[in-house]
Write a protein that binds this ligand. Structure first.
Ligand SMILES: Cc1cc2nc3c(=O)[nH]c(=O)nc-3n(C[C@H](O)[C@H](O)[C@H](O)COP(=O)(O)O)c2cc1C
Length: 410
């Protein structure tokens, strides 16, 4: 099957384009040997390459290209299949956009085309190419430094059950993971997640309760989480509680019960963020909308967790806007390398900004993920890079420290 791969990247500083000539002819012969063809565009700063050929050969060449130290910030824009090659003449040909006047540049590139796509503008691959030639997406090219620019320093503060006494935690446990603003060195919230004793899966807790009262058990657990957070010293930070959506719908007066516990612990309703996952049919339920109204009226905040992974998605947002959106880690993973993920995150940031909703990027494990998201405009993060969830404890945070901060749009 004929596959197409398109990426863009940025030339490394100090490398002269003329020094690429030898590489181009070598690459072209290598590509031809694997039946791979394509075109490489260069605008003086960025490369844009389209590779076409058998899927395995294209992937393996792309792996080698990604590891090449002559360029960086390699972002895969498209991987697709096509009935015919667009640029089938040579293994690889470079096209320096600086050598052409703007009026002729696009036609000159398209003239190199070999297929019926030549003048077809509804072909996605050619549209990517036109967009690059016309530099229409340039503002979205975020240049991030090497991961090594940052080191992560633990602050050494970890509040554990040794420090505070937690007598109620025989059959149940909670992990706490902070949501932070890394550059302001600020912990914004602790998210608690229910688990079994000694960190076992939450299923071990729920399996002890019958199906009939699973939601009552969830509510009781959330109340306990509030008291544990208080004992651990939540102070004036917020506590994010992950609820089963049905708990709020099916348990009578669930909100009143929560408010009672909040007051008992000397906290205020505004400190509690109720996180519901959109990954549920129930988020389309009219009864849920009713409960969420009550929740907002109580002063508690609402967050949509795992945003982007579920079934309700944007439809839920048209009906009800939360204070926070926690973007699913599947979208965050390797966002610095993926054009589709970058486009989706940028769209989320844009609509959240229009709706005054804060965006939290979750599941961060790589410095590059954080750097790209920060450059895109997100400032609230959660993930192992900064702190892993800790059992019945507030974990220490690994704060980023930089010798040199170089994050800029190219
Ligand atoms: C922007 C850019 C595009 C490249 N394109 C190709 C390519 O299409 N095919 C290829 O074999 N190598 C390409 N290379 C070079 C590879 O990264 C790598 O240096 C080369 O494949 C190594 O060949 P060798 O294993 O024979 O030494 C490219 C490098 C850069 C910086």
């Amino acid at each position: 099957m004929l596959s197409t791969l398109i990426y863009r990247s940025r030339i490394c500083e100090g490398l002269s384009p003329s020094s690429l000539e030898g590489m181009i002819s070598h690459a072209s012969s290598k590509n031809e040997l694997s039946s791979v063809t394509g075109i490489l565009l260069f605008d003086g700063t960025h490369f844009f390459q389209l590779l076409e050929g058998p899927e395995k050969a294209v992937s393996s060449i792309f792996e080698t290209i990604c590891a090449d130290s002559r360029h960086h910030n390699v972002v895969e824009l498209m991987r697709d299949y096509a009935p015919a090659r667009r640029f089938g003449k040579v293994g690889m040909e470079i096209f320096d956009l600086q050598s052409y006047s703007e009026d002729f540049v696009l036609q000159a590139v398209l003239d190199k085309g070999t297929s019926k796509y030549r003048l077809t503008y509804d072909d996605r691959a050619l549209q990517f190419l036109c967009t690059f030639v016309q530099a229409r997406e340039r503002d979205n090219y975020l240049d991030i430094p090497q991961a090594e620019v940052w080191s992560f320093q633990a602050d050494g503060i970890c509040k554990t059950p040794e420090v505070v006494s937690l007598p109620d935690l025989k059959d149940i446990g909670f992990t706490f993971q902070p949501i932070i603003d890394p550059l302001s060195l600020e912990i914004l919230s602790y998210e608690s997640a229910l688990c079994g004793p000694a960190g076992a899966s939450a299923i071990s807790y729920y399996s002890k309760v019958t199906h009939k009262n699973i939601y009552e058990a969830d509510l009781e657990a959330q109340k306990l989480a509030i008291s544990v957070a208080k004992k651990l010293g939540i102070g004036d930070k917020t506590l994010t509680l992950k609820f089963l959506p049905m708990t709020l719908i099916t348990v009578p007066d669930a909100i009143t019960a929560l408010l009672g516990e909040i007051e008992k612990q000397g906290l205020v309703a505004e400190q509690i963020v109720i996180a519901i996952t959109e990954n549920s049919e129930k988020t389309r339920d009219d009864n849920l909308a009713e409960v969420l109204k009550q929740l907002k009226a109580s002063g508690m905040r609402l967050a949509i967790d795992d945003f982007g992974s579920g079934s309700a998605g944007l439809l839920l947002l048209t009906r009800f806007q939360p204070e926070k959106i926690m973007v699913d880690q599947g979208i965050i993973r390797d966002v610095h390398k993926s054009g589709p993920k970058q486009a989706i995150v940028q769209a989320i940031i844009k609509f959240c900004s229009s709706l005054e909703i804060s965006v939290i990027a979750t599941g961060i494990i790589k410095p590059e993920e954080w750097m790209w998201l920060d450059a895109a405009g997100i400032s609230n993060f959660q993930g192992e890079l900064f702190a892993s969830p800790a059992l019945n404890a507030f974990p220490a945070v690994n704060w980023p420290e930089a010798d040199e901060i170089v994050i800029k749009a190219s």
